[in-house]
Structures are given as C-alpha cells and as structure tokens.
Design a protein around this ligand. Structure first.
Ligand code: HEC
Length: 227
C-alpha cells in the first residue's frame, strides 16, 4: 500500500503524499495572508501610518533574501577595511542616506518613521547579520514596493562607493559622538538653511556676502546618480 505514496523518479522514489500536504498547507497559508491583507486594506485603506505586522515584515524580509541570488549574497567586500574607506562611506551616507535612515542609522527620521515598511534600525542584528553581499545588492538595486531606492549606476562605475557604504554600515553600531558631529556638517542643507547662513555671513562680514561658505563642504555637482 505504501507504494501508492511514491512515484519513481530519476534518482529513486519521490514522497508524493508529504509533498502534496506541504503544497496544500502552503497554499492555505498564502490564501490566509492574502485575505488578511485585503481585510486590513478594507479596514485601514492603504495608509502608511500603520506599522507592518510582524508576519508581513517577516515575509517581506524572507522574500527579499530569496530574491538576492546566493552567489551575490556570498560576495566578499573587495574594498579592504581602512579608516579612509569608512570615512568615504560616512560622507556618502550623511549626504544621501541620512534623510531616511538618520546619521546614526536608527531610522528615527521624519521620513524613515512614516514609511511602509519603516526604515529599519540598522545598528541592530536584523541588518548586521546580513552578509556584505546582501547589503551591497540591496543598496545597488533598491527594494521594490518600499521607500528604498536603487543607488549608483547599474554598469558598476560606482560599485566602489557602494562597497564603502557597506563598510560604513558595519561601523554604525560603534559610531562616536565625534562621528555624529562630523556627519551633521555633511548633511545636505535646505535652501532655507543656506539662506539663513548667507544672512549670518553677510552680518558677520559687515554686509559682504562674497566669501559665503556653503554649509555642506562636498560638491553635489559630481555626484548625480552616485550613492
Ligand atoms: C527615501 C528613503 C530612503 C533613502 C534615501 C535610503 N533608504 Fe535605505 N531603506 C529605506 C527603507 C524604507 C528600507 C526598508 C526596506 C525593506 O524593508 O525592505 C531601507 C532599507 C535599507 C537597507 C536594508 C536594511 C535592512 O536591515 O533591511 C539598506 C542596507 C539600506 N537601506 C541602505 C541605504 C543606503 C546605503 C542609502 C543611501 C545610499 C539608503 N539606504 C537610502 C529607505 C531609504
């Protein structure tokens, strides 16, 4: 009788009944998730105010993990550890990433806290246990249906900067108050802040604004599309 549960395959016998049971259970779980998501949408609309449920967050993370091919996940960081590499990653982070993730990587910014899904606390193990290759793939390709954009050029010209960002992400849990002060000076200034600063300089220079220094010392002109 047990033979009915098995089908001969190329390499031997295939356990058909447990396979069918697993497929049915998986199907039921998926149907359940679709219905509970629909019920939530009907109840709350598509507002980003609610935080994703733990099931949604877990499922989205697992799907993202599977979506990064395993050879990419296994890639080692070709940029060797050095204080210069971390400093370069820090400058890019302060300029491009901090608006959502915060200088400290905790995601407690106006934008990061109100996205669906939220910008995660990247100092914690959820991020820190991702491999260098997976972090690189996430930064380079972005994450669909989330606020996380794809950074840098697809051709690979800016890969070194992206690997430097990975070095910096490893440094996030150990950021010092000096690092944070330095990053504040590298955050992009809003037009209002620039205007305010120009007025202050005019006042200090007795009305001469010719040697006004922008608050962000890094030029934006050469960074279009780079991380
Ligand atoms: C517009 C907002 C925004 C900006 C700007 C942004 N991110 Fe993100 N990022 C997100 C959100 C939202 C997520 C969560 C995505 C998810 O849950 O899959 C995320 C996730 C990530 C993750 C995965 C962390 C984890 O544990 O899930 C990494 C790595 C990351 N971002 C790096 C960066 C870097 C580096 C930059 C700058 C070059 C950047 N991000 C800029 C919104 C942003």
């Amino acid at each position: 009788m047990a033979k009915q549960n098995f089908k001969a395959g190329q390499g031997g016998r295939f356990p058909l009944r447990p396979f069918c049971t697993a497929v049915i259970i998986l199907g039921l779980v998926l149907i359940g998730l679709v219905f509970s998501s629909l019920a939530r949408i009907l109840q709350h609309g598509v507002s980003a105010r609610d935080a994703p449920t733990s099931v949604e967050a877990w499922l989205a993370r697992e799907l993202r993990h599977i979506a990064v091919p395993s050879p990419d996940r296994r890639r080692a960081n070709p940029v060797a550890f050095s204080t210069d590499a971390v400093a370069a990653g820090m400058a890019h982070w302060a300029d491009h990433c901090a608006i959502c993730h915060g200088n400290d990587g905790k995601g407690s910014t106006e934008m990061g806290m109100h996205m669906y899904p939220r910008a995660p606390n990247m100092t914690q193990s959820g991020t820190q246990r991702l491999s260098d290759g997976e972090l690189f793939a996430i930064i380079k390709n972005g994450v669909r249906l989330t606020g996380m954009p794809a950074w840098g050029s697809p051709s690979g010209e800016t890969d070194v900067q992206t690997w430097q960002l990975v070095r910096f992400i490893r440094h996030l849990p150990g950021l010092t108050p000096e690092d944070l002060n330095q990053m504040k000076r590298m955050n992009p200034a809003s037009p209002m802040e620039l205007e305010q600063q120009q007025k202050e300089n005019e006042f200090l220079n007795g009305g001469d604004a010719s040697d006004t220094v922008p608050s962000n010392p890094i030029s934006h002109s050469d960074r279009k599309g780079k991380p």
